[in-house]
Design a protein around this ligand. Structure first.
Ligand code: PLP
Length: 387
């Protein structure tokens, strides 16, 4: 069979299994609403958890101060950071990040995907071992696949399993890396960072924590679950993203200078890509600084999520998690699709998440809350789903 025929078959199979994906048409956004299919829907599918990205006056205040002649609002950096792309705004934001986390160094990347596919392949070699939570994000899995080091997955949040793998590796691996998300993107549950630090210490491992969904939503100043758990200073490398609660694009790593220097010299998705444009770096810095004082919004967000989880559980739904991400597990793909369509008909922009993004038979709708919502906005969801 030729290439086109094989691909046609594969697409037919995806359609038959309700797994065929199409790009949704998004018309625009206004505050917590999104325009899709000619309708205005409450946006429960974005990662703009604090609503900063949809805060028009905040955006206007950034653009109004713009002076195009300074180069600080340039729309492109035109080359890699190691050539002419390392605009002074990189240094500024990295200094802010390092002193905020009270750590030696910070390094900004183009995205969380770049960070996760670059860090482990740079740091590890074939004599090492990577231990990764089974439900880690695809970008972490891809980083594990690219790395020369072998990798094994421990059962989700099962630290006894992790410990047994650490014991097994004690005499054979040169260095073990443990990698986890803090707040899991599709499950909304949280890693036990204290326990992970304890295991890291006991077995001399190197701990990498991806705070993509924890930064901005946990911790008094929004550093993430590491701040909420009081272990910011002891995680070997923290990865955060600007594309979620920080309402921009890009990512950062928090680490000791030794590792920063090494990544600058060896990390391929850092070296071989065009740097972020100055206009984005300036905006990231603004949003980062703004969110530091949004603790009351963070607390509102988490209590809203807790209330929704309780209301869904009271209607008999399998809800899990302990964060602003509220997944409702429907099981089959068609059920999850139907639930999403039903909620969309009722004015809620909620989408179905299906395999391979989540494990087989755990298709779900993923409700992603934001701090600019009130209980009245979402209180009908459990009864709609029940119906
Ligand atoms: C846990 C996690 N890490 C990394 C990423 C990738 O980040 P980015 O969207 O900045 O590429 C995502 C989301 O997309 C994520 O959910």
């Amino acid at each position: 069979m030729n290439l086109a025929g094989r691909i046609e078959d594969e697409l037919d199979r995806l359609r038959a299994e309700d797994r065929f994906r199409e790009l949704p048409g998004i018309g625009g956004r206004s505050g917590r609403f999104i325009h899709s299919g000619g309708r205005r829907l409450l946006n429960l599918s974005s990662n703009d958890y604090l609503g900063i990205g949809d805060d028009r006056s905040f955006l206007k205040s950034y653009l109004d101060t713009g002076d195009e002649t300074s180069g600080r609002y340039a729309m492109t950096s035109s080359s890699s950071r190691l050539l002419t792309g390392n605009h002074e705004q990189y240094g500024e934001i990295e200094e802010i990040l390092a002193s905020w986390y009270q750590r030696q160094g910070a390094l900004v990347f183009n995205s969380g995907y770049h960070a996760n596919t670059g860090i482990l392949p740079a740091l590890s070699g074939r004599h090492d071992l990577i231990l990764s939570d089974r439900l880690n994000h695809a970008s972490i899995i891809d980083g594990c696949r690219i790395a020369e080091a072998p990798f094994r997955r421990y059962r989700h949040l099962d630290y006894d399993h992790l410990e047994s793998l650490l014991k097994e590796a004690a005499d054979s691996a040169r260095q073990v890396f443990i990698v986890t998300e803090s707040v899991f993107s599709m499950d909304g549950d949280c890693a036990d960072l204290d326990r992970l630090c304890e295991l890291r210490d006991r077995y001399g491992a190197f701990l990498i924590v991806d705070e993509a969904h924890g930064a901005g939503t946990f911790g008094q100043t929004g550093q993430g679950l590491c701040e909420a758990s009081g272990c910011t200073g002891s995680i070997d490398m923290i990865v955060g993203t600007f594309g979620k609660a920080f309402a921009s694009v890009g990512a950062y790593g928090i680490m000791d200078d030794l590792f920063r220097d090494y990544l600058v010299n060896t990390m391929r998705p850092f070296i071989f890509t065009t740097a972020l444009p100055p206009v984005v770096l300036g905006w990231s810095r603004r949003a980062l600084e703004k969110q530091m004082s949004m603790d009351s919004q963070r607390r509102h967000l988490q209590s809203l999520a807790e209330r929704l989880r309780r209301a869904l559980a009271a209607e008999g739904f399998a809800v899990q998690g302990e964060s602003q991400i509220v997944p409702v597990i429907m099981g089959s793909n068609d059920k999850a699709l139907l639930a999403a369509v039903r909620l969309q008909q009722e004015g809620f922009f909620v989408m179905a998440v299906r395999p391979p993004t989540v494990p087989e038979n755990t298709a779900r709708i993923r409700i992603s809350l934001r701090a600019d919502l009130s209980w009245d906005d979402i209180s009908r969801i459990p009864e709609i789903l029940k119906a």
